[in-house]
Design a binder for this molecule. Structure first.
Ligand code: ADP
Ligand code: MG
Length: 248
């Protein structure tokens, strides 16, 4: 089976400090893969290395078997990598529907098939409507993004990332700050994305992780510490000790 994403010996040093150390991560196509670990474990650094925000000190990143280590961020997006960004000022002024139409239009403009005609306006609006349905945003499509409650704002951010038609979607704590009763809904919508879309999720709440993931990688002190199915990781006494040791 082809791996959607693989890192080989991925290492990042900040001065003398290694934030990620020789990380060999394998993520299968279509996985719902959680990346967990204590604060400061290097999770966000790893995502930044994968997306090209940071340049690795050593190691390689592969998408669908292709080495993308030397590629700029936008080239990686074209290879099917996408991550969420917080709704910025620009999007805040738009309605939900406008934000999605804009995201889809951007993708079409920068698409690889430059000789193909742009999708018709109608096709863009139809796709935006499908996104509204998928992310449970249809009833607020006329609202401005800045007026959305937090949970739905995160869903819009994920919908915008999904509008780039990613093969691999990276979500760094998408449920952070979302009220408890909405978190599960946010992750259920992500879990239900098409089966060929690979999702890598960073999340602290272990109940949410267990309900979302089919594979879990545990990062501790920059190194991959454990990896396996949800059952394997849940039963791993070393993982338990890391999390119990971390308690308040
Ligand atoms: P996590 O997301 O798992 O909480 P991070 O990847 O944000 O962890 O950080 C891992 C470690 O690397 C932390 O000790 C953090 O202070 C350090 N770090 C992250 N970014 C930088 C940076 N730009 N410069 C120096 N140290 C950094
Ligand atoms: Mg982080």
């Amino acid at each position: 089976m082809t791996l959607a994403l693989e890192t080989i010996g991925l290492t990042k040093s900040f001065g003398g400090f290694q934030a990620t150390k020789d990380v060999n991560l394998k993520v299968e196509t279509g996985a719902r893969h959680a990346l967990i670990g204590p604060n400061g474990a290097g999770k966000t650094t790893l995502i930044n290395l994968i997306t090209g925000v940071l340049k690795p000190s050593a190691g390689r990143v592969l998408i669908a078997g292709e080495d993308i280590t030397a590629m700029a961020g936008h080239q990686r997006v074209r290879r099917g990598l996408s991550r969420t960004f917080q709704i910025n000022q620009l999007f805040a002024e738009f309605t939900i529907l406008e934000s999605l139409v804009l995201s889809i239009s951007e993708r079409e403009k920068h698409g690889a098939r430059m000789w193909a005609p742009l999708s018709s306006e109608r096709a863009v609006v139809d796709e935006a409507a499908a996104l509204l349905d998928r992310f449970g945003l249809a009833d607020v499509m006329g609202d401005k993004a800045q007026h959305l409650p937090y949970g739905r704002r995160r869903l819009l951010e994920i919908a915008i990332a999904f509008a780039s038609r990613p093969k691999v979607l990276l979500l760094d704590e998408p449920a952070a700050g979302v009220p408890e009763e909405e978190r599960r809904d946010v992750l259920a919508i992500v879990r239900a994305l098409p089966a060929d879309v690979t999702v890598i999720l960073i999340e602290h709440d272990m109940d949410l992780v267990f309900s979302f993931a089919d594979r879990i990688s545990v990062l501790v002190g920059g190194s991959l510490f454990a990896e396996g199915s949800v059952d394997e990781v849940a039963a791993d006494p070393r993982v338990k000790s890391v999390y119990l040791g971390e308690g308040p």
